[in-house]
Design a binder for this molecule. Structure first.
Ligand code: RIB
Length: 297
């Protein structure tokens, strides 16, 4: 199965800090790095490193050549990517001493995706293939409706979670990939308790499948009466940026290549564990070989 990922392309400006900045406070960063990122780019890189046939669709703004090169070096097909004269998408990321992150995204070029562009992308994707979306580009509501009409499967990572998500016809989504906070908001659960989140999601979207990640507390797959659990692999985290994107890419690549759900989750959990041990978004996403070696007994 071919995968088209219509998603963001960002330059990440990452600041290392002892702890996150508080209101009215000025702090001096302990370090600064720039990396390629964007949930879209990270997920395409993870898909390709996991061995999937992935076509990235999106817009790069001024100064975006490195984003294109990063996709290409990872083995992502880039013929659907276009340029625009808008400022490039970027993110300002704080990473604290525990490796946790706090992210501000400026959409820039990513918010210039038009309906006409989406029509072209979906034409090239074709029925029976998979469209992957996150919430960092414009017109995702249109992309969901059109893809569904055309018989294209839809995987959606509703992140960042905001009111734009609620304008989408979410009942058309085949696979939701969420972390515990997004899962709670999407289903309307009152707590972060896995069973409650999953039950609420299933009730609200009875025809969809769900992958819900709970960080170091593991991940769940749920659809109808099936529910699988995958424990997280314990590692020492230095930067959790793109851990969820890595999980998403590896999981979908596993499914697309015919792996079982359990094996796809295991590979995804291993890949995201490796990702948090390396700084940066795209640079932290491991290769298939690294994941295989990590999983050796
Ligand atoms: O999921 C991590 C990503 O979120 C970062 O790379 C940043 O660009 C934002 O899109």
């Amino acid at each position: 199965m071919r995968i088209t990922n219509l998603g963001s392309l960002n330059i990440d400006r990452t600041y290392q800090l002892e702890r996150f900045v508080e209101p009215k406070e000025t702090v001096t960063a302990l370090g600064y790095e720039e990396h390629c990122g964007g949930k879209g780019l990270n997920q395409s890189v993870a898909l390709a490193r996991a061995g999937a046939e992935v076509y990235h669709a999106g817009l790069i703004g001024s100064g975006g050549d490195l984003l294109l090169e990063t996709l290409q070096r990872a083995g992502v097909h880039t013929q659907l990517v276009r340029r625009t004269d808008a400022p490039g998408g970027h993110a300002v990321i704080q990473v604290d001493a525990k490796g946790q992150n706090s992210i501000i995204v400026f959409g820039g070029a990513n918010e210039r995706i038009t309906r006409e562009y989406i029509d072209m992308v979906l034409q090239q994707t074709g029925a029976g293939n998979l469209l992957l979306l996150q919430n960092e580009v414009s017109n995702i509501d249109y992309a969901i409706e059109k893809a569904s009409e055309m018989g294209i499967l839809i995987a959606f990572n509703p992140s960042p979670f905001n009111e734009r998500i609620l304008r989408c016809r979410l009942e058309l989504v085949d696979y939701f990939l969420v972390n515990e906070v997004e899962g709670r908001l999407l289903g309307g659960a009152g707590s972060l308790e896995p069973c409650e989140i999953i039950e609420k999601l299933k009730r609200k979207f009875p025809r969809s499948a769900f992958v819900v990640t709970f960080g170091e507390n593991g991940s769940y797959y749920a659809k109808d009466d099936a529910c699988l659990f995958q424990p997280a692999f314990p590692v020492r985290a230095c930067d959790t940026t793109a851990a969820g994107d890595t999980y998403c890419g590896y999981f979908l690549a596993g499914l697309a290549s015919g792996k079982t759900l359990g094996e796809s989750m295991r590979q995804a959990a291993a890949a995201s564990a490796l990702a948090v041990t390396v700084k940066g978004a795209a640079p932290s996403i491991p290769s298939r070989e690294e994941v295989t070696k990590f999983l050796l007994p």
